[in-house]
Ligand binder design. Structure first.
Ligand code: FPP
Ligand code: MG
Length: 297
């Protein structure tokens, strides 16, 4: 199935959407898409089909998010912990990602038309070279699209992300780009894989598990969190609207917290700004070099 689906809501669903949109809609929603294998078991399907259904649900959910006016979505597609699953399942998930990214590249004109930007966040060095190239090509081909953003966390855990940020900062100090006293929360945020994004407003986890599983731990300190028992492939528009409705009830409290935090914005000195620009530039060059090796090969 394609990454892009036509919106096909009935009049009743459109009415419900319209009502929810009279309230505050989160701009950025993150998903822990859990329960694919339990769904497969329940339906007497192979695990592979459970994950395939999981992908289809992700594409469908992106359409609902766009219908609602949610402009950024971050999904947990493959955790570094998932490498500990059976080799057969890991290979299958890698193959699924390969196929879906090849499909994405085939339909990149459609992504441009729809203004969808794809970013893969995670430790790409843990992945085979062909996948790194596919991901880089998808990112470069869609980087100027600005209507909606999909961040796909792949080979990702939060602790790995924070470890890398610390290493980058230590490198910056070692090379005298920055000083130890330059370290602050904002600098750390700028060194995470998610530096291009604002923090999620709402995090949704399916399947009844009530934990974060090392996902966006730094970024969700003020995020409204919604847990639901539904298995990811069964997630539907009503589940999404319930989560957004829950967010709307949390919203006024969240705003108070954010206002208190925003009282003293962190202002960077020129040295820190230069270091951040240099780091982001290096990361961009790394993605471009992966992409160029695709074009040349
Ligand atoms: C968690 O369910 C789901 C995953 C580990 C994989 C999620 C991936 C997708 C939905 C597709 C991602 C998109 C691309 C492009 C690859 P689980 O396996 O933990 O199921 P369980 O909790 O029932 O055991
Ligand atoms: Mg699970």
């Amino acid at each position: 199935m394609s990454w892009i689906r036509e919106s096909n809501l009935n009049w009743f669903q459109l009415l419900a959407l319209k009502i929810i949109k009279t309230g505050h809609v989160p701009k950025h929603v993150a998903f822990i898409m859990d329960g694919n294998r339990r769904f497969a078991n329940k339906q007497n399907m192979a695990k592979t089909d459970g994950h395939l259904k999981g992908f289809d649900k992700m594409a469908e959910t992106m359409t609902w998010c766009r219908d609602l006016g949610i402009t950024e979505v971050t999904v947990y597609a493959f955790s570094i912990e998932n490498f500990n699953r059976s080799q057969e399942e890991v290979d299958m998930l890698m193959e699924l990602a390969r196929c879906k990214f090849l499909r994405l590249l085939e339909e990149k004109n459609k992504l441009v038309e729809e203004g969808i930007c794809i970013r893969v966040i995670g430790n790409l060095s843990l992945l085979p070279e062909d996948m790194r190239k596919l991901f880089a090509e998808a990112m470069i081909s869609t980087e100027n699209n600005n209507k909606a953003i999909l961040n796909l966390a792949f080979a990702y855990t939060s602790r790995d992300e924070i470890t890398h940020a610390i290493k980058d900062i230590a490198g910056g100090i070692k090379h005298a780009d920055i000083l130890p006293e330059d370290i602050n929360e904002n600098l750390i945020s700028q060194c995470l894989y998610t530096y291009k994004s604002l923090n999620p407003d709402l995090l949704i986890r399916t399947s009844g598990e009530v934990r974060f599983s090392d996902f966006l731990l730094w970024q969700i300190s003020n995020t409204c969190v919604y847990f639901t028992n539904v298995l990811w492939p069964e997630f539907n528009l009503w589940n999404l609207l319930s989560a957004v409705f829950y967010y709307q009830r949390c919203y006024s409290d969240l705003q108070k917290v954010t206002k208190v935090q925003n009282l003293e914005p962190i202002v960077h000195n020129d040295r820190i700004s230069m270091y951040i620009n240099k780091l982001h530039h290096e990361r961009q060059l790394m993605i471009e070099s992966m992409y160029l090796s695709t074009v040349q090969s």
